[in-house]
Ligand binder design. Structure first.
Ligand code: IMP
Ligand code: MG
Length: 183
């Protein structure tokens, strides 16, 4: 039987390794924000799996909300334009925000969102990303918390998609180039 895993070149991060790292990040955030629980914002859709695991690894009375931005279309290269396609429901004035991202590539999405939330008078905006591809950065942006620094490859699974597929894979894998290269 054909599975989603047949479309991978290799598995980069198995579920167990991700779980171990998420637990560590949750403990660090719990210590850093003790006495000052943040509003934790899930950037849809890619972060949803990481977000669900991360908030349960944080032992503080946090609040949550959701937001969606797009810069990609359906390909593997960013279009450069960022747009908010779903906005927050909670008033963020004076709040300490922790943005949860699946992966930072060019950095455009987060630079845009951070500026936007600060312009709405958030007290602070911190960033936690599961994955970082610093070799592809075009903006000056360093996350406050990062799960794994990875090489310049297109990855899917654990929330990350290619053309809206593979989000439900429990491991993170490198997508085989034949899947997105025509010919
Ligand atoms: P940035 O604005 O270029 O930093 O793009 C960040 C967004 O691009 C992420 O939130 C993902 O949605 C998407 N993205 C970047 N690299 C990958 C990848 O390797 N796999 C899946 N999505 C990716
Ligand atoms: Mg994303």
């Amino acid at each position: 039987m054909k599975t989603m895993y047949d479309d991978l070149e290799s598995i980069l991060l198995p579920a167990e390794k991700i779980a171990e790292r998420v637990k560590q990040i949750g403990e660090k955030i719990s210590a850093d924000f003790a006495g000052n629980p943040p509003l934790i914002v899930c950037i849809l859709k890619g972060s949803v799996v990481f977000f669900a695991d991360l908030i349960r690894a944080i032992d503080l009375p946090i609040q949550i909300d959701f937001m969606a931005a797009t810069s990609y279309g359906s390909g593997t290269v960013s279009s450069g334009e960022v747009a908010v396609v779903k906005d927050l429901a909670i008033d963020i004035t004076g709040k300490n925000i922790l943005l949860v991202e699946d992966i930072i590539d060019s950095g455009r999405t987060l630079v845009y969102l951070k500026k936007l939330l600060l312009s709405r008078n958030a007290a602070s905006v911190s960033i936690v990303t599961l994955l970082d591809k610093p070799s592809r950065r075009t903006e000056k942006l360093v996350p406050d918390y990062c799960g794994f620094t990875i090489p310049d490859a297109f990855v899917v699974g654990y929330g990350l998609d290619y053309a809206e597929k593979y989000r439900n894979m429990k491991d993170i894998g490198i997508l085989a180039p034949r899947i997105y290269e025509k010919g």
